[in-house]
Ligand binder design. Sequence first.
Ligand code: 6GU
Length: 226
Amino acid sequence: MRIDIITVLPELLESPFSHSIMKRAREKGLLEVYTHNLRDTTPYKQAQVDDYQFGGGAGMVMMAEPLAIAIELLQKDRNYDEIIYMTPDGPLFDQKTANTLSLKENIMIICGHYKGIDERIRDHFITKEISIGDYVLSGGELAAAVVVDAIGRLLPGVLSDETSALFDSFQDGLLAPPVYTRPADFRGWPVPEVLLCGDPKKIDAWRHEQSLKRTEERRPGLMKED
Ligand code: 6GU
């Protein structure tokens, strides 16, 4: 899978994909991530990409022309399954969206800044909008990093134990059960006995029960949300 990200801050997107699982995904050739600095292709002098909004009001708006040029430049080389705009007023990102996007071949992501982007780009180029939560970030880059990470780890072959993503929290509409590692007794706090019994059926049943309990206690709406 290939992901192209258009941004005014490519530096912000270097580290998130250069470590751990994302690093391995890229090294294995399963995930390609490219950032494109909007200022490199803007036709305006002094690398301008934003301007005052029509009608007045505080805050700059990212201009249509630089974005259209950057998008069309990328479209010359390949077809994109989705052109995503990261915006706090978009639909909320969830595991289901991550699953769907992980099946795509080419994705483009546009990171907004300031007051956002000229609405005509949303109307005529953007195919999907995503917010990562009900709070405002200073730009779309960190949100894009979240989305790329969530998608990247789902690609077949990325996780060493291929089944492990299937048992993540949310993947079956439930939160994950508690986990423990050595020592079996830490400061007099023992690991639940069932985990040491060696009976996989009993352990699975306990984990499922814990998942249900956790979901009911912490996220009662999760099982009904779709
Ligand atoms: Cl996608 N962008 C910005 N700027 N803020 C956000 C967001 C996105 N999602 C939540 N807050």
